[in-house]
Write a protein that binds this ligand. Sequence first.
Ligand code: COI
Length: 353
Amino acid sequence: MIIQKTSSPRLPNFDPNNFSFGNTFTDHMVICEYENGKWGEVKVVPYGPLSFTPAMMTLNYGQACFEGMKAYKDKDDNVFLFRVDKNFSRINKSAQRLAMPQLTEEIFVEGLKAFVDVDRGWVPHGEGMSLYLRPLIFATEEALKARISEKYMFAIVASPAKSYYSEPVAVKISDYYSRAASGGVGFSKAAGNYGASFYPTQLAKEEGYDQIIWTDDATHTKFEESGTMNVFVRINDTIYTPATSDKILDGVTRDSFIQLAKRRGIEVVIGDILVDDVLKAHADGSLKEVWGVGTAVVTNTFKAIGYKGQRFELPLLSEEESYALTLKRDLLNIQTNLAEDPFGWRWPVERKY
Ligand code: COI
């Protein structure tokens, strides 16, 4: 591991009360290059631009995938990561599907810990505050033949975050566009999954919706995901979420919500959610909540769902009544060391560098 600290830190000018998520970056980043069949040394270096030409293979063929993670700070300035093992195994699944090389634990986990240690001053304090971490792997070979790249870069950048999408949103159930197909890359965090979702989302926005509920590509009758999140539906007092598959991301927040709900004795059904059943439940008043979960946003509650030109308003429940908000609170309390961690999800970041 090589640690090269910046001589001109921007941290003293960072105002934790005034920043926008995703546009402010910390003082450092991780880089590690792959060539001749092996990864080189992990480096924590000053944050800044890299130099590539338009012939870089990622730009032409899209061999790129990423992760979303967060670091949290408790009131005593201890810094924690969350369920790092899940992101480590998932980035390798994404990489495998995109024919990219596997990362070792030394590169992913140790690189991440060293980076967060060096930039720990950037982890903001306070409710819902965190440092969003974006590990990514992308093809760097300069070549135009449509084949597997022989060179890659693993990098991690970080951006301070408040809870994003905090307002309840209106979502449109897709009856045409698809996010994923059987045998495809929907389960992975392939960069192209996100790029391909922007146009349908833009069309939904023109109709007054914020996001799309993605449905199965074959029939458009079953919920799969929502926006960039996994989706949950509550009918009466039971929670439903689709099973993971080759079309659905195995979300860390999704899995955490399921475990937290079960701990509270809430019934969780993992399986198909039919659009028809959701609309019927809306009609008879048993549809209580629909929400999305993901690392960046944690929980996004939905205020309305649209389907084939009709808009259905949803009740907005108080924090006490809402399973979505109750489970979000349970999760944040564990992440920020305000509650016991019976699952062993917190990963303390030691002071080393
Ligand atoms: C995450 O929740 O980490 C995501 O992947 C959403 C991101 C595209 C902003």
